[in-house]
Design a protein around this ligand. Structure first.
Ligand SMILES: Nc1nc2c(c(=O)[nH]1)N[C@H]1C(S)=C(S)[C@@H](COP(=O)(O)O)O[C@H]1N2
Ligand SMILES: [Mo]
Length: 535
């Protein structure tokens, strides 16, 4: 019976605490049961994740940029923390409402369920069944709310005796424990079950990547440098550069909107090449592996990288050249944009002309000699040397559509980022790190990386304070598609604080843009400088 209990909760501290507890238990049940049911549907259908994903889409671009700047790659944890906090506040309100009027409390839970359902159904790449976890979670929470409110307030037939906090203490304890159990074990068990049912790790471990028909060339090694014969070559041998040429996958920066890393099954994965093509293609993972694979060193950078920032990495990528596939599909010359879509609904648009101009734009299946990690797009992602990730590097790719820039705006472009995103010539000082105390008269390596993918870096110079620009020594590189390590041996001449600056020149001898601009909307410019203390 859903009768009102107007004024039946004494407005005491204990009464208020009890109401809050009732609300929190009900909301906890909604979340826990939601996770459990999501394990039967798919992890992205979890109500909290669905709300988070919707939130990411609805957040205005300036707020997103601010959040990424504030919280960096912890932005996802902060967002989830925020959602749980707001939910907890709403839960307490619902608890307070419910003990005044059960109907209002139930309406509150129904509203939460409706929000979860709405978010699940409007998510990118939503399935109809994604609504089920939110609905079942809300129903379970309503049931628990009814039991708890009745055990606190009694029913119309058996109201709570005056002066007593609880109408039915045993029923409250039983209901409360059941609710807490559902919340905790549903949440933890649901997550565990999601991982068991959807984890791509086993499938990934079973994959043997075929050897490439064309390799990436050697890592710029001691011998390569000896062959180069420059006097500074030994500096790289001695490990005087601080970032290694190759970035291991687990240290490679990760930027995406996925609150839970998509877990795709390579045995059922398909890529459709559609849109303005004469012969649409559908490729399985096995189809891709059966084609000739190439392996290349490619440096991938994020447009959000600040001057001196770490949203950049270099690895070997193994995959199928995209130009071959697109020619096979008979791409229309009018299709100036290729829109890649991912299993999680991301859209990334690349200029067709760049993908087809002969560079090693590929559908990558491997990174550093192994299958892609789930974080970096398993089983297949796109990589295009010379373009920022947001216009080229779609992870968890499932579709590639030939279209035009006039007809379609991809995800980041809708947020105001420029539609075509060539990387900008940049350089970074990595060493000395930390820029601690150095000694007058003793030589230290100042080292870092410089990059301008597919154009190349021809010179790097270092400046101490406002002194003359000095040439740094460059490490050899396998192609223009990677970053280039550089080192400058510096012997400080005076004590005190000094400023070190770096600037690079591209393959054509053009210098870096020195004016400082923000990453938004097309990538940061400006020179990286560090301050060091000399004793
Ligand atoms: N599916 C998907 N692919 C994506 C993104 C994303 O959010 N979702 N982010 C892009 C951006 S902005 C960058 S910089 C690169 C980063 O790739 P990484 O995480 O492997 O370093 O992935 C790109 N591909
Ligand atoms: Mo990015």
């Amino acid at each position: 019976m859903l009768g009102d209990h107007e004024g039946m909760t004494p407005p005491t501290a204990r009464g208020l605490g009890l109401s809050a507890l009732v609300g929190l238990l009900a909301a906890g049940v909604a979340v826990g049961v939601g996770e459990l049911v999501a394990a039967l549907v798919r992890p992205a259908a979890s109500p909290v994740i669905a709300v988070g994903n919707r939130f990411i889409v609805l957040t205005p671009e300036p707020v997103k940029r601010w959040a990424i700047k504030q919280f960096g790659t912890s932005d996802k944890a902060v967002l989830l923390g925020g959602i749980y906090t707001v939910l907890a506040v709403l839960a307490v309100l619902i608890g307070l409402l419910a003990l005044r009027s059960l109907r209002l409390g139930l309406a509150g839970i129904a509203l939460l369920g409706a929000i979860g359902s709405y978010c699940a159904l409007t998510a990118n790449a939503a399935h109809g069944s994604d609504v089920v976890p939110s609905l079942v979670g809300a129903l379970a929470a309503m049931a628990v709310l009814v039991v708890l409110v009745r055990s606190v307030a009694g029913t119309d037939v058996e109201p709570r005796p005056a002066g007593q906090l609880l109408a039915d203490r045993r029923r409250f304890l039983r209901g409360g424990l059941a609710g807490a159990g559902l919340a905790v074990f549903g949440g933890i068990g649901g997550r565990a079950l999601q991982r068991r049912r959807f984890d791509a790790a086993a499938a990934r471990a079973a994959i043997r990547l075929p050897e490439p028909v064309s390799g990436p060339g050697p890592l710029p090694s001691a011998s390569a440098q000896a062959a180069g014969g420059t006097s500074g070559a030994n500096n790289f041998d001695r490990g005087l550069t601080s970032v290694p040429f190759r970035t291991p996958a687990d240290r490679f920066y990760r930027i995406d909107t996925a609150l839970r890393v998509p877990q795709l099954d390579p045995t059922t994965w398909k890529l459709r090449i559609t849109g303005m093509v004469e012969r649409p293609l559908t490729l399985s993972f096995a189809d891709l592996l059966a084609r000739p694979l190439v392996e290349r060193w490619i440096t991938l950078a994020c447009v959000s990288n600040e001057v001196g920032g770490e949203l950049i990495g270099n690895a070997t990528f193994r995959g199928v050249l995209l130009a071959d596939l697109l020619r096979e599909a008979g791409i229309s010359p009018q299709a100036d944009q290729l829109v890649a879509s991912s299993s999680d609904g991301m859209t990334i648009g690349s200029p067709t002309a760049v993908v087809m101009d002969g560079r090693d734009a590929m559908l990558a299946v491997g990174m550093n000699g192994e299958p892609l990690t789930t974080e970096h797009g398993f089983p297949v992602r796109m990589v295009v040397p010379g373009l920022y990730g947001y216009v080229s590097a779609c992870k968890w790719i499932t579709e590639l559509r030939a279209t035009t820039f006039a007809d379609f705006q991809a995800y980041w472009v809708r947020g105001g980022w420029t539609a075509r995103g060539p990387v900008k010539l940049s350089s970074r000082i990595d060493r000395p790190v930390p820029p601690g105390a150095l000694r007058v008269g003793s030589t230290v390596p100042v080292a870092g990386v410089a990059w301008d993918q597919h154009v190349g870096v021809s010179r790097v110079q270092v400046q101490v304070d406002d002194g003359p620009w000095r040439e740094a020594t460059l490490a050899p590189v396998p192609s223009t598609d990677t970053w280039r390590q550089w080192v400058y041996l510096w012997t400080p001449e005076s004590a005190g604080e000094h400023r070190l600056r770096v600037r690079a020149f591209d393959g054509a001898g053009v210098g870096q843009v020195e004016v400082e601009t923000d990453p938004f909307p097309s990538g940061a410019t400006g020179l990286h400088s560090v301050r060091v203390l000399v004793r």
